[in-house]
Design a protein around this ligand. Structure first.
Ligand SMILES: *[C@@H]1O[C@H](CO)[C@@H](O)[C@H](O)[C@H]1NC(C)=O
Ligand SMILES: *[C@@H]1O[C@H](CO)[C@@H](O)[C@H](O)[C@H]1NC(C)=O
Length: 369
C-alpha cells in the first residue's frame, strides 16, 4: 500500500510545479475519511469482498451497537453522546468511528476480538485514560485518529501495524523514551497543539521510527528538536517559539523536502545551517523576526518555494537567492514571498530573481507602515 503521506508528498510536488503553490501554507485534509475509503488497498477491496460474499447467507444475525450504523464493515457511532466504547461491535469491523462522543476512558476489553480493524477514530472525545492492553487485539490497525482528547502521554503499546497516527490537540507534555518503539510501519504522526516543550522529549523518544511526515506545530518548542527521525521528508514546526536556527540544528534531517518554521520568533538562521538540507524543495520562514534573507539559499539546488513574508527584512542582496553561475541550480524558484517586510522593493535589483521561473512567482507588495 502506498501510504497517504507519500501520496501527499507527490501531490505537493505536483502542486509545487503549479502557480498555486504561492498560496498560504496549509495542511490539506488528507486524514479525511473520504480519502480513507478511497484507499485502494483498504476499504475498496473490503467492499468488493462484501459483495462477493453476498451469495452466502450470514451464519447469524449481524449485531450492531445500539444507535450506530453498520454497513460494509464500517461501524459509525459518531455524535451519539456515548460515554464509553459500545459493546457488540461486529468482529469483522474494518473501520470504527467513535468521534464526537463523550468517551472518557479506554478499558482493557473495549476492542476485544477486533483483529480486522484497520482504522479507528476517537477524535473529539474526553479520553484521558488508556488501559495499557486496550490496543492489544488490534493487530492490523493502520490508522488511529486520537485528536481532540485529554491525553497527557502517548498511549502505551500501540500496534506495530500502525501507519498513521493523529494525536493533535491533546494535553501531551512529555514523550517518554521508547514511546514509539516497535512501530516499524509508522509513516506519519501529527501531534501539534500539545503543550510540548523541547525538554518534553526524552532522549530516544522517537527511537526506531522511520517517519516521512511529522508535525509538531502550535506547541511550545523554543528550538528545532535534534532527536527526530532522520528519515523525515516533511517536518512542520510552525507556530512555536523557536528563536533561532543554529548551525547543527538541521544536521540530522538531510532527507527533508519541506520544512515549516513559520510563525515562530526566529531572528537568526546561522550561516551554514541550511547546507544540511540538500533535498529541500520548500521552506517556510514567514512571520518571524528575520532581518536578512538567510544565507545559503543559492546553494540549495532544488529549492523552489521560500516564504519570507512578514519578517523584518530591510534589504535584499542581488545574490541572496540565486547562484552566480547558472549550472548550479537544478530547479528554478516558483514561489518567493517577501511582502510585509520593511525592504524598499524598488531598491532590489531585478537580477536578484534571475533564477525564478516567472515574475508572478515573486510576491513583493508594499510594506505598510
Ligand atoms: C557563510 O559561510 C561561508 C562558508 O561556509 C562563507 O564563505 C561565507 O562568507 C559566510 N557568509 C557570511 C555572511 O558569514
Ligand atoms: C527590525 O530590525 C531593526 C534593525 O534592522 C531593529 O532596529 C528593529 O527593532 C526590528 N524590529 C522588530 C520589530 O524586531
Amino acid at each position: 500500500m502506498l501510504p497517504h503521506c507519500s501520496l501527499l508528498l507527490l501531490l505537493c510536488i505536483v502542486q509545487l510545479l503549479s502557480p498555486s503553490s504561492a498560496l498560504p501554507f496549509e495542511q490539506k485534509g488528507f486524514w479525511d475519511f473520504a480519502m480513507d475509503s478511497m484507499d485502494s488497498d483498504g476499504m475498496m477491496t473490503m467492499m468488493r469482498d462484501e459483495e462477493d460474499g453476498s451469495a452466502f447467507p450470514p451464519p447469524e444475525l449481524p449485531t450492531c451497537p445500539f444507535g450506530c450504523q453498520c454497513r460494509l464493515r464500517v461501524v459509525q457511532c459518531s455524535d451519539l453522546g456515548m460515554t464509553e466504547v459500545p459493546k457488540n461491535i461486529p468482529r469483522d469491523t474494518k473501520f470504527l468511528d467513535l468521534q464526537n462522543n463523550h468517551i472518557t476512558e479506554l478499558k482493557e476489553d473495549d476492542f476485544k476480538g477486533l483483529t480486522n480493524l484497520y482504522g479507528l477514530s476517537l477524535r473529539n472525545n474526553l479520553i484521558s485514560k488508556v488501559h495499557p492492553k486496550t490496543f492489544a487485539p488490534l493487530k492490523h490497525m493502520q490508522k488511529l485518529y486520537f485528536s481532540k482528547n485529554l491525553l497527557t502521554t502517548i498511549p502505551k503499546n500501540l500496534p506495530s501495524s500502525l501507519v498513521e497516527m493523529r494525536i493533535h490537540e491533546n494535553r501531551i507534555k512529555k514523550v517518554a523514551a521508547g514511546a514509539f518503539s516497535g512501530l516499524v510501519n509508522m509513516n506519519c504522526i501529527e501531534m501539534g497543539a500539545n503543550p510540548l516543550q523541547n525538554s518534553g522529549f526524552e532522549p530516544g523518544a522517537f527511537k526506531g521510527l522511520k517517519l516521512n511526515y511529522l508535525r509538531i506545530s502550535e506547541a511550545k518548542l523554543t528550538g528545532v528538536p535534534k532527536d527526530l527521525p532522520d528519515s523525515l521528508h516533511e517536518l512542520h514546526l510552525d507556530q512555536n517559539q523557536i528563536q533561532a536556527v543554529e548551525l547543527e540544528d538541521l544536521k540530522r534531517y538531510k532527507n527533508l523536502y519541506r520544512l515549516g518554521l513559520g510563525f515562530n520568533h526566529i531572528r537568526n538562521i546561522e550561516n551554514g545551517s541550511l547546507s544540511y538540507l540538500p533535498m529541500l524543495r520548500e521552506l517556510h520562514l514567514d512571520n518571524n523576526r528575520l532581518t536578512r534573507v538567510p544565507k545559503g539559499l543559492p546553494d540549495m539546488k532544488y529549492l523552489q518555494v521560500v516564504y519570507l513574508h512578514s519578517n523584518n527584512i530591510s534589504q535584499v542582496g542581488v545574490d541572496d537567492f540565486c547562484p552566480r553561475g547558472f549550472g548550479m541550480k537544478r530547479t528554478f524558484y516558483n514561489g518567493i514571498s517577501l511582502f510585509a517586510n520593511p525592504v524598499k522593493y524598488w531598491e532590489v535589483q531585478p537580477a536578484t530573481f534571475r533564477c525564478v521561473s516567472d515574475r508572478l512567482a515573486i510576491q513583493f507588495g508594499n510594506y505598510k507602515k
